[in-house]
Each structure stands twice: as C-alpha cells, then as structure tokens.
Design a protein around this ligand. Sequence first.
Ligand code: TGC
Ligand code: FAD
Length: 392
Amino acid sequence: MGGFPGIDYYRLDRTLSDEERGVVQTVRRFVDDKFMPGLREHFHAGTFPTELIPEMGSLGLLGSAVQGPGCPGLSHTVYGLICRELERGDSGLRSFASVQGSLVMWPIATYGSDEQKNRWLPELATGRRVGCFGLTEPDHGSDPGSMTTRAVRDGSEWILTGNKLWITNADLADVAVVWARTDEGVNGFLVEREFPGFSTQPIGGKYSLRASDTGELIFDEVRLPDSARLPGAKGLKAPLACLNEARYGIAWGVLGAAADCYHTALQYARERIQFGQPIASFQLVQQKLVTMLTELTKGQALCSQLGHLKDEGINEVPLVSLAKRNNVAMALDCARTARDILGAAGITDEFSPGRHMANLESVITYEGTHDIHTLIVGADITGLPSFRSVGR
Ligand code: TGC
Ligand code: FAD
C-alpha cells in the first residue's frame, strides 16, 4: 500500500526546524524498515521486539528530552514527534519508549542522587539496560494514593513488601522504579532484578498491546540499601509528576496511530470498488474520512501548542490531561471508523486499524483513564475535586 507520507493538512510541521524534520524522517524510516517487518510475528507471539532496543538507544529515542548524563537532552517537541512516529507503528513501541524515558529515566534524573544518575542514565539511554515503573497495584489503579506496597526501615536498609500489577516492561526490566508507602509518606526505590525476594510474572491472554511486555512485580521482603531510595522523591506528588511526562508523550503518540488509520482507510476507500465505483466516491464514506481528518488535525494543533508551552517551561497538569483525554478518544474513534471503512478486511491483521483499535483500548485506560482526566480538568475549572464522595 505504499510508504507513509505523513498527514499534515494544516502544515503544522512547517513550524519545525530542519533538525526536528530530520528526526521525524529518521524515526519514520526506523519504523518502516526495522519495526514493521517483524511486528506481525511479535503481535501474534505477544512479545516486544527486544532486538531493536539498542538501535532505539543509538537513534536517541530513549529519554530524548531527559536532562542528565548520557541523555540526548532534546526538546519536548522533538520527544512528542518521536512518540508520534513510534506509535504510527504500534502503541507497544511508543509504550516502551514512554516507560523507559518518562517513567524511569525522568524520575532518576529528577529525584535521583548523582551516583544513581551516573550509574543508570547512560545505561538506560543507550538501551543497554531496561527499566519499568511500578505504581499500579491489584487493588489500587486510579487511586494510587491508597497503595499498600510498603517499605519499612531496618537500620540502614529498607524492607519492601507488596505487589504491582499491569506493569509495562515488567519481565524485561533490569531495574524497577517502585513507589511504596513508608513512615515518611510515599517514597520511590530503584529495585534491581537480582535483589533477593524480587520476582516478576508476565500477564498473558491480552488482546491489546500484544507487542508489549506487561506483567506483575512481586516484592517478598526485598532488602534495599538506602542508596536505592530516590532521595528527592517525597510524597505522592513525586510519582504523579512522572505521569505528567508520560501523558504528554501519549497525547502526541496517538496522533501517529490515528494518522495511520486515516491513511489506510483513505487508500483503501479509493481502491475498493462497490456498486461499480470506488467507495471513496460515496458521500457517507467521504463524511467519515473528513471527520477523521478534522479531528486528527485538531489533535495535532493541540499537541503543537502543548509542545511549544512545555518547551517554554509551562507544564500544567490539566493542560496535559485535556490533551491526553481528547487525543486518545479521537484516535480510538479514528481506528473504529477506519476499521468500518475497510469492511470485513478490517478485522484481519492484514490492515493496521484493528490492531490500533485494540491497542488504544489500553491507552485510553493507562496513564489515567479517560474519566480520571475528565475529573482532573473538571477539578481545575470548577475548583471542586470530585475524585471521591464528599465526606470520605
Ligand atoms: P491529589 O491530592 O490530587 O495530589 C497529591 C499531590 O500531587 C499533586 N499532583 C500532581 N503533581 C504533578 N503531576 C501530576 N499529574 C499531579 N497530580 C496531582 C497534587 O497537586 C498534590 O500536591 P500537594 O503539593 O498538594 O501534595 O491526589 P489524589 O490521591 O486525590 O489523586 C488524584 C488523581 C486521581 C488525579 C491521581 O491519583 C491520578 O492521576 N490517578 C490516575 C493514576 C494513573 O494515572 N496511573 C498511571 C500509572 S502508570 C501507567 O499507567 C503507565 S502506562 C505506561 C505505558 O505507556 O506503557
Ligand atoms: P480502575 O481504577 O479500577 O477503574 C475502573 C473504572 O472505574 C474506569 O472506567 C475508571 O475511569 C472508573 N473510575 C475509577 N475511579 C473513578 C472516579 N473517582 N470517578 C469516576 N470513575 C472512576 N501501571 C503502572 O504503574 N505502570 C505501568 O507500566 C503500567 N502499564 C500498563 C500497561 C497496560 C497495557 C495497562 C492496561 C495498564 C498499565 N498500567 C500501568 C496500569 C494503569 O495505569 C491502570 O490500569 C489505570 O490507572 C486504571 O486503573 P485500573 O485498571 O485499576 O482501573
């Protein structure tokens, strides 16, 4: 069906620098030449293509906007563009980069000691080491403030007990950024794969994000030196701030999935003949294509401005929530509409919209569900938080 030309109806990419355009082309080529050929096999097997991690590192795709030793240190707009191009391939590929960059490297760069930064950041940026982020628990998803994973001081050490569920890269990770309740409030810890008492368990049977590793982290009285604690991370605010970084990348990333769905549906509609004419000539099909393009363009404009704001140092939680909420729902609608335009062919893995649609069912839930983001923006504009019933 030909290479992906990029969908940029309002010429938003004209505001990009030559360097930024170069990054887009590089990532697009990486996705087409290296990732797409093996995707079908990995999606069926339920595996992430680990063989591509070193190249992701050498291209600067891991923690691209993180500032620290060995990190690419690029702009937030470039990070967004990278997410967009990766998720055009598959949400699982963008997920890997989101977790490694925003949820592992970013907290180490922001809350870590110099020793932690020097030890971990260069290894994670090159992809020699992989990380994961453990916040969600079996009984505490949208409400991580109620977490029960606990770290108790024992002399100069900590003893960590509990479980984290639905963790991206759980089985691949050399190090887990783990959030636990302590007598001093919520703290973050770097838990290494080989620490006795730490184990991981993969989650099977997923119909979504199949080309991504998702699992459970189990801590059975894991002894941690105090040097494993992130010294600058104090309270629930610390993990929630990491989420803000990852949600920003998701708002951009899903533009890629939506653009791929639109492009696939447009090409198919031009070629598919029914009633003696291309289905693209029918008014109802054109309406669907125009709606997809309109919503995609609005989502692109939102991210373009969000990127400029973030590069200027404006990084407000509700602005990021609004973009994550809008763009994921938009991408999911695009995927469903594209699947519809493809008719029966849309339910097979010969075409991408069905896979994007299944993936986006995870993306609309993780990093704060659609409704949690509604409530974050709602609390901001009314001044009345409604996460819990009054009086609780
Ligand atoms: P609340 O009282 O509102 O907040 C506690 C403190 O944190 C501050 N805060 C934030 N700071 C920075 N960034 C954010 N996003 C923040 N959200 C809140 C807040 O200002 C407060 O600060 P302070 O100074 O007053 O102490 O806390 P709450 O318990 O009422 O919860 C609020 C709520 C519901 C918004 C929060 O819990 C939430 O965001 N829940 C959703 C959970 C979530 O998104 N989990 C994601 C897990 S990681 C994941 O899904 C990875 S997917 C990976 C992939 O891409 O593959
Ligand atoms: P719940 O919180 O139980 O929510 C269920 C439903 O109730 C949702 O519709 C929700 O919107 C609604 N709801 C909840 N509270 C309210 C309220 N106050 N008002 C109105 N409606 C409400 N977590 C990590 O920590 N690290 C990871 O790497 C990670 N990766 C993930 C990868 C995948 C593929 C998936 C699917 C999840 C991942 N997660 C990860 C977990 C993810 O963040 C949680 O699934 C998400 O935060 C929602 O939690 P939950 O699934 O427990 O749903």
